[in-house]
Design a protein around this ligand. Structure first.
Ligand code: SAM
Length: 288
């Protein structure tokens, strides 16, 4: 089938919006069962498309906010779900949307989405940053992205995405979905992942931003040893002094070890700031 062939309601799937619409009722049923929506939930769907998941989610929960970028889909969704008083459509880019506006007193958001591939990683990082407002997330992603999210140290898939996701969340790959479940079919396999932010982080870092920086530096050159990739942030002797084997490659370190490095870097940065403050206070007025 051509990518531009009309679907139901005359809508033509748009590649630039990553539109691959789910049509396999068995797969839709499996996803909704995994989400297990309840009437008291604050459900949010990203990219509802023509409502393949929206419909069973609304049936089960009665309350749903959706964020859809494609203006042409808005009237289709409005018509289809006009009789649900607690269905709210927000037209716009999910990457720019302020999800905190959807929060209700004492509740967290349950985020759901068959995500367009081009926004999936930035969107996941966005929710990780705001993990306290999220109860859980169920996403359909490229299978390869789910493998990266859930990867363990030592695996070729293990990297920045795995570490930051597993720092904030329990990551559970659920099942694989073949291209035939979509219209038009994508070129790659997809998978469903559940991510549930921890109430208490198992390895809390002194500063999340420093952890992100350390991990980004470490994986900037995957094939090199930590001694080399981290030298701009921390020297090899200091790394060894906190029990890190600097001859390892970045993919061989656990989350706990990355947090240990980040805390040391944060400590060194703080000591440096304090020293600079002392030097400034000691210098005569006007001199630097
Ligand atoms: N949920 C529908 C389904 O399963 O059939 C559609 C899934 S389709 C893979 C992705 C949807 O996300 C499309 O409806 C697309 O228009 C929408 N979309 C793309 N980029 C978006 C963005 N930045 N913000 C919100 N929605 C977006």
């Amino acid at each position: 089938m051509s990518k531009k062939a009309p679907l139901a309601h005359g809508h033509k799937a748009r590649k630039r919006f990553g539109q691959n619409f789910l049509h396999d009722q068995h797969v839709i049923g499996k996803i909704v069962k995994a989400i297990h929506p309840k009437p008291t939930d604050c459900l949010v769907e990203i990219g509802p498309g023509m409502g393949a998941l929206t419909e069973p989610l609304l049936e089960a929960s009665g309350k749903l906010d959706v964020v859809e970028l494609d203006r042409d889909l808005i009237p289709i969704l409005r018509t289809k779900f006009f009789n649900y008083p607690n269905f709210n459509i927000h037209q716009g880019d999910a990457l720019k949307f302020d999800f905190s506006t959807l929060l209700q007193e004492g509740q967290q958001l349950r985020i759901v989405g068959n995500l367009p591939y081009n926004i999936s990683t930035p969107l996941i990082f966005h929710f990780l940053k705001h993990y306290a407002m999220v109860q859980d997330m169920h996403f359909m992603l490229q299978k390869e992205v789910v493998e990266r999210l859930a990867a363990a140290p030592g695996s070729g898939d293990y990297g920045r995405l795995s570490i930051m996701a597993q720092y904030f969340c329990r990551v559970e790959p659920l099942f694989v979905v073949g291209p035939g479940a979509f219209n038009p079919p994508p070129k790659v396999e997809s998978a469903i992942v559940r991510m549930r932010p921890y109430d208490e982080l198992p390895f809390p870092a002194k500063d999340h931003k420093v952890l992100e920086h350390v991990v980004r530096e470490a994986f900037s050159m995957r094939r090199k040893t930590l001694r080399n990739t981290l030298k701009r942030l921390i020297d090899s002797d200091t790394l060894e002094s906190i029990g890190i084997n600097t001859g390892l490659r970045p993919e061989n370190l656990t989350l706990e070890e990355y947090v240990r490095i980040a805390d040391k870097v944060a400590e060194l940065q703080q000591a440096q700031t304090e020293q600079e403050q002392i030097n400034q206070d000691d210098s005569p007025t006007g001199e630097k």
